[in-house]
Design a protein around this ligand. Structure first.
Ligand code: NAP
Length: 379
């Protein structure tokens, strides 16, 4: 059997490619011959010597000038590399792009503002025009814009310029909303993956080890290439050590309102108090200062988006309000009891002291405050 392959014998890359093609030929039997043509010539003359830039004949079972195994490993690695278009190259978009580039993926960036020089310094290509960006045919469109601008940004993308089965991913901190927007605006030939890295530039600055990464494969086509593309994207976060959590967007929003929204709200309340570090900080107080630092660096748009676009958030605000009222009642109740004792002595025996009503689990209204009898054994 004779195999033909073109070669750019003047460049190392060309030689490597030729060697690789040789390596990938199906039957490496003894006495097989490989004929290589120079790439820049269409002449099919045979040349006896390599220096003459012509057809080369050599035994395929001879020692090969290339480490095939390394080549194959490299080629496999290359096949897992993605072209990722980050739409919204602000705080979080840049933070994610650094990891993508570190792992060898190609990053195209677009944003409302001009981040061309930042993109260049990170190793990404910045596109002012989304038409130009889409014509690069990225494998993944990653929406990193503010929650509240998501719909208008998605509508503004010239999706007709993309490959027909491009994968759309979002990283919004709420999940049902982008899922619905994607399903509403994207034709069915686009794949959809909704994700939420549960960390940010501040909490993830020392690495992403064990930090949760939530994802929901909302719509992924059956073809192997589409299935492997979504896995390649998820692998980025796996490789960084994230704890991968697959759950529905609805489940995410329910959990996130009770955890993330409360965290951000407490951080913002504490920020308003302008807490200062003291020479006698307790560990608990340090935790509060850290919370302020973690949440204050996020934009108000982000916080507002957590409230506006998670239907469970309103209930959490009400619960916080009730919890604070309830706590005040308990405190003031105790204070009144002391005052009454001072004013009326033992005549108050038998009065009931209000105690803090525990808030029931999410979704159930507050129980009426219980009372605790002061009893006759008051001493
Ligand atoms: P953000 O304030 O939520 O979003 C800022 C980004 O949105 C910037 O790229 C900004 O573009 C773009 N943007 C805002 N308004 C826009 C508009 N009207 N039209 C077009 N683009 C607009 O802050 P972020 O921290 O960078 O978050 C980005 C996304 O990641 C959000 O959806 C957020 O929920 C999610 N996320 C953030 C974190 C975090 O810790 N920060 C963690 C997980 C997920 P320009 O800068 O060009 O103006």
């Amino acid at each position: 059997m004779i195999s033909f392959s073109s070669v750019q014998s003047t460049s190392a890359a060309g030689a490597a490619a030729t060697a690789a093609r040789t390596a990938l030929l199906p039957n490496h039997n003894s006495h097989q011959l490989l004929f290589s043509f120079p790439s820049k010539t269409s002449h099919f003359h045979c040349y006896p010597h390599r220096r003459q830039q012509g057809l080369r004949i050599r035994a395929i079972d001879a020692a090969q000038p290339y480490d095939y195994e390394a080549y194959l490993v490299n080629r496999f690695a290359q096949s897992t590399k993605l072209k990722i278009a980050v739409i919204g190259f602000g705080n979080f978009g840049q933070f994610l792009a650094k990891a993508f580039i570190r792992q060898g993926h190609t990053v195209f960036a677009h944003s409302r503002s001009n981040y061309a020089s930042i993109a260049q310094s990170l190793g990404a290509a910045f596109f002012f025009d989304t038409h130009d960006l889409c014509e690069q045919h990225p494998d993944v469109i990653l929406l990193c814009t503010s929650i509240i601008s998501t719909e208008s940004v998605l509508r503004s993308l010239p999706i007709q310029r993309l490959k027909r089965n491009t994968l759309f991913v979002d990283v919004l901190s709420v999940k049902e909303f982008p899922k619905n927007v994607f399903l509403q605006f994207l034709p069915t030939h686009f794949d959809i993956l909704c994700t939420h890295p549960m960390f940010g530039p501040e909490s993830g600055k020392n690495g992403w080890q064990n930090l949760p990464f939530v994802f929901d494969k909302v719509r992924i086509g059956n073809e192997d290439s589409r299935l492997s593309r979504v896995e390649n994207f998820l692998d980025i976060f796996k490789k960084e050590g994230c704890r991968m959590v697959e759950m529905t967007c609805a489940e995410h929003d329910k959990y996130a309102a009770g955890s993330q929204f409360i965290t951000h709200t407490m951080g913002r309340i504490l920020e308003k108090l302008q807490l200062d570090s003291t020479p006698i900080n307790t560990k608990g107080y340090e935790t509060l200062l850290d919370l302020v630092e973690n949440t204050a660096s996020d934009s108000f748009d982000l916080y507002y988006g957590l409230f506006m676009y998670n239907k469970n958030a309103m209930e959490q605000i009400e619960r916080l309000d009730l919890a604070f009222e309830s706590l005040k009642q308990e405190l003031f109740g105790h204070l009144h009891e002391v005052l009454r004792k001072q004013l009326f002595g033992k005549s108050e025996v038998g009065m009931r002291r209000p105690v803090l009503a525990k808030l029931p689990k999410n979704g159930t209204p507050l129980l009426p405050a219980q009372s605790e009898s002061l009893g006759n054994n008051d001493n």
